[in-house]
Design a protein around this ligand. Structure first.
Ligand code: AMP
Length: 395
């Protein structure tokens, strides 16, 4: 696996795919610079070697050239965060981009205009990738958020740098964190899967049964498993057509010696509303007109004990409807347990879909070992897929 440390960038132009798809407010100010911060170690290493950085990214989903999606809006923010003069060129390929790239001096940064102003980017067009490739000497992929896409700048471009391509620090960390859970994790290994639906997590569950010792299933998924086993779930979210699948998962888990922990009680509400009446009920005896929206106290205690005895923990998906304060507590307490286990030496990885939002909202970001920067890319990794952006560097 080739990383930044395999290269000396002195007098080299590094062409870096970053994920600067950051949120902007109505005045085009960056409202969350996490992704720019995340790329900093890679950029700094290259500049310190004596090289220069040509940064390419997409921003939003423009249809052709649309001013509001221009990466010029983020140039000042990048300059602030990296602390180095940062230039911008209003195209990502062609004569203007080539001129800016060739004039770029060591120690400086150049940001190219939004890659997705060209349809060829998402189509994975080879000729477009070749034009991009002309701009740099070494290709660095540091964009985990788009590593599951076979786009021109994330995957196709790598073929033009047969010996001169590598992962940036961020992508390297993402790969190592996933491997720590899926391949080399210290036992016991635990996965906590929450969220809304079994159907969206099924491939992950099936893949993960071969890797873990314990599996906590929470959130809306719970009720498909409970109903499948004969419980009454009232008006809780439930996928009746996935009940056979749920039973099959329980069977597979048994055969593979994986202990599955489902909630035993839930906080049920008489409406899907923060102000609804609530009661704690047995998860198998939810009355009609009531729906389980969060883990109950006994479940939280059981989950705490499981978390505390595990040495490797993966967390994907909230344990309840965390967006509503009344039903956020199960997710918060789970976060507290994982933070405590991490403090005691466990490795914890949070990622995929909504989990990162929950972790940030409740301030667990710095209390777990690693928070993944990729939603879809993380989910596909957990499903056991090889991401095209990663494969292209390894080839
Ligand atoms: P996912 O993107 O699959 O991780 O699902 C996240 C969503 O699951 C969040 O928006 C939660 O509100 C939702 N969720 C979690 N628990 C429940 C539940 N018991 N009933 C309905 N939705 C839930």
């Amino acid at each position: 696996m080739k990383t930044l440390n395999d290269f000396n960038f002195k007098d080299k132009k590094a062409l870096i795919r970053v994920d600067f798809n950051v949120p902007l407010d109505a005045d085009f100010n960056v409202t969350d610079a996490t992704r720019i911060q995340a790329a900093k170690p890679t950029i700094i290493k290259i500049l310190e070697d004596g090289g220069s950085c040509i940064l390419m990214s997409h921003l939003g989903r423009p249809k052709g050239v649309q001013e509001e999606f221009s990466l010029k809006h983020i140039v000042n923010k990048v300059e602030d965060i990296i602390g180095v003069e940062t230039q911008f060129v209003s195209d990502c390929v062609g004569p203007e981009a080539e001129k800016a790239a060739s004039n770029l001096e060591p120690g400086k940064i150049l940001i190219l205009e939004n890659l997705r102003f060209y349809d060829e980017e998402t189509k994975g067009d080879t000729a477009f990738a070749e034009k991009l490739a002309k701009l740099g000497d070494i290709y660095v992929n540091d964009a985990f958020g788009t590593a599951h896409r076979a786009h021109a700048s994330t995957t196709i471009i790598a073929q033009f740098f047969p010996e001169k391509k590598c992962f940036g620090h961020l992508l390297e960390q993402e790969i190592k964190s996933i491997d720590k859970v899926m391949k080399t994790g210290e036992k016991p290994v635990l996965a906590v899967l929450g969220g809304a639906k079994v159907s969206s997590k099924i491939t992950i569950i099936e893949n993960i049964l071969d890797k873990v010792d314990h599996l906590i299933i929470g959130g809306g998924m719970t009720f498909t498993f409970i109903k499948a086993q004969g419980g009454s779930v009232g008006d809780s979210i439930c996928e009746d057509d996935k009940m056979d699948l749920a039973l099959d998962i329980l069977k597979q888990a048994k055969a593979k010696n994986v202990q599955i922990h489902l909630p035993v009680d839930v906080l049920a509400a008489n409406a899907f509303s923060n102000d609804a009446d609530t009661q704690v009920v047995d998860v198998t005896k939810i009355p009609d007109g009531w729906q389980g929206l969060d883990a109950g106290p006994k479940s939280k205690a059981i989950f705490h004990d499981v978390v505390m005895k595990c040495k490797t923990i993966l967390w994907n998906g909230p344990l309840g409807v965390f967006e509503m304060e009344s039903f956020a507590n199960g997710t918060i307490e789970l976060g507290n347990s994982i933070a405590e286990a991490t403090k005691n030496g466990a490795f914890s990885l949070v990622g995929g879909g909504d989990s990162v939002a929950a972790v940030k909202q409740f301030g667990f970001e710095n209390k777990v070992s690693y928070v993944s920067t990729g939603g879809g890319a993380m989910l596909e990794s957990l499903e056991g897929k090889t991401l095209p952006g990663i494969a292209a560097i390894l080839e």
